[in-house]
Design a protein around this ligand. Structure first.
Ligand code: SAM
Length: 275
């Protein structure tokens, strides 16, 4: 009998080879993907100081965020270890970004200090840490790539929101046992390392990263009994999400937590000229 190859990398991360179709259909194919992109389109210009600076998009997946930055005139370097995801990103970006400059790097986050050391004045890492064996170590790596004063747009899958939605769905035993994380096997899309806001805050504190802004992405949608089907209902939901995504207490139960983290000018990391 042959043993199936492990879906995990040497670092214990779940690269998305074999998951691209499912990810494209279930995370971006429907209303929730649209809502996520619509919210990011409004949130990022408010949460980041955007000046057309080069962006390093870590774990860039299918390339939606890279396309967004490229469309606003930022040269983008998209790093993605899954060959399948990278091929799709390349295809999508050829269609959308026109003359904008996008460089593709087929490497994991852990290789970036060697392959793209920067330092970078802007890094994006969205929905990646929760797929890693050592998300804390990954945040330290990202912090080390930032230029003094550089901004990291970090989005993570919210463990507290995952508990809440499990209880709503009636998975009481799982919630009581706090067995919330996925195993990363087969084609399941429950992250292996969902994170809490408290964890992110503690890690930022230890790394000397300043938390400049925070928001919840999809603070209502994932708890709805009946997701909206008509356009006017979807528009209303978007307005509600927008109104409360940065308001207490709602942002704390967003499916994703979105942060702007800044490396202070005088910080313990080695100082070099920004890209
Ligand atoms: C949920 S997808 C998010 C993709 C994209 N950032 C987005 O927001 O749509 C997670 C991505 O992280 C990638 N990934 C997994 N391990 C990684 C690692 N060690 N370094 C960089 N990316 C990684 C996966 O291959 C996958 O494309």
């Amino acid at each position: 009998m042959t043993t199936p190859a492990s879906p995990f990398s040497a670092h214990g991360d779940r690269h998305f080879d074999g998951l691209a179709d499912k990810f494209a259909a279930s995370l971006y194919g429907g209303a929730r993907g649209e809502l996520r992109l619509a919210l990011l389109d409004r949130l990022l210009p408010e949460m980041l100081a955007l000046e057309g600076q080069p962006v390093l998009d870590v774990g860039g997946g299918l390339g939606q965020l890279a396309a967004w930055f490229a469309g606003r005139g930022h040269p983008v370097t998209l790093a993605e270890p899954s060959a399948e995801m990278l091929a799709r990103a390349r295809e999508a970006l050829q269609e959308t970004s026109g003359e904008c400059e996008v460089t593709f790097l087929p490497v994991p986050l852990q290789a970036l200090p060697e392959q793209a050391p920067g330092p970078w004045s802007l890094i994006a890492c969205h929905a990646v840490l929760e797929w890693l064996g050592d998300p804390r170590g990954a945040l330290a790596t990202l912090a080390g790539l930032l230029a003094p004063g550089g901004q990291l747009s970090l989005m993570v899958f919210n463990r507290d929101a995952l508990r809440f939605s499990n209880v709503i769905k009636g998975n009481l035993e799982k919630a009581l046992a706090d067995r919330l994380e996925g195993k990363g096997l087969r084609r399941r899309l429950t992250p292996i390392s969902p994170l809490t806001h408290a964890q992110v805050m503690a890690w930022c504190d230890a790394l000397g990263l300043e938390v400049r802004a925070v928001a919840g992405v999809r603070v209502f949608h994932d708890y709805l009994r009946q997701p909206p089907e008509r356009d006017d209902e979807r528009d209303r939901l978007l307005e509600l999400e927008w109104r409360y995504c940065r308001a207490e207490p709602h942002w704390r139960l967003g499916r994703y937590l979105l942060y702007t983290l800044v490396r202070p000018d005088a910080s313990p990391f080695p100082a070099e000229e920004p890209l």
